[in-house]
Write a protein that binds this ligand. Structure first.
Ligand code: MN
Length: 232
């Protein structure tokens, strides 16, 4: 491991540890004087680390432009509209009462922080706890992947595919735009365990209109340890 990589790795390990200890409440936002404040987690790997499944330029633009803008905009909306929810759980549970700016950018902020965490460079091992539970719920891992992929490919326009825990039951579904299953407006409800961004900005540079190819290759990147952690 080169020195620079080692430094980056050490930094990323520390960040992951902090992030995961907070994840029982899936806290990516903290209460601040002016209301809730969303923050962008440091990307847990280099932009090019997911190559060739997701290219470096897509990752860089996705993280530094799209995601950073959602964070900036949701914090702006919270301040301008005096949104006073103390936790992101309350914020999303009241999504129906939020402005479009707060709802869309709040979802975009949270969903991407989560998405970065449930991926890792290809070649990582599976995790028995996650795969056993999933196989039990959906018949087999292959059947699960097929059903999740269908949710991702079948989502018309922009949105997300999800695996959630809904009161002890594992469910697959999708949400439009930047909605997520913690929102009261969402048809799919539950605690997110895994998600996949199917906005064109997530894959268009490399895959153009071939969303199905992006979804197929994305399975190489799933961080099953993170999925298992969220099943606790
Ligand atoms: Mn995105």
């Amino acid at each position: 491991m080169k020195n620079i990589d080692r430094r980056k790795f050490m930094k990323m390990t520390a960040v992951t540890a902090v992030g995961s200890s907070l994840l029982m409440n899936s806290d990516f936002a903290t209460a601040a004087d002016g209301g809730l404040k969303f923050a962008q987690i440091p990307l847990p790997y280099a932009y090019g680390a997911l190559e060739p499944n997701i290219d470096a330029m897509t990752m860089e633009i996705h993280y530094t432009k799209h995601h950073a803008t959602y964070i900036k905009n949701v914090n702006e909306a919270i301040a301008a509209e005096n949104i006073s929810y103390a936790t992101e759980k309350d914020f999303f549970a009241n999504a129906s009462k939020l402005s479009a700016k707060a709802r869309n950018n709040g979802g975009g902020s949270w969903n991407h922080n989560f998405f970065w965490q449930v991926m890792r460079p290809a070649g990582g091992a599976s995790n028995g706890k996650a795969t056993d539970a999933i196989a039990g719920a959906f018949g087999s891992i292959d059947k699960f992947k097929e059903q999740f992929s269908q949710a991702a490919i079948g989502r018309f326009g922009s949105g997300w595919a999800w695996l959630v825990n809904d009161g002890g039951k594992l469910k697959i579904g999708s949400t439009p735009n930047q909605d997520n299953p913690m929102m009261d407006v969402s048809e799919l409800k539950g605690t997110p365990l895994l998600c996949l961004d199917v906005w064109e900005h997530a894959y268009y540079l490399k895959y153009q209109n071939k969303r199905a190819d992006y979804v197929t290759n994305w399975w190489n990147l799933v961080n099953w340890d993170e999925v298992a952690k969220r099943m606790a």
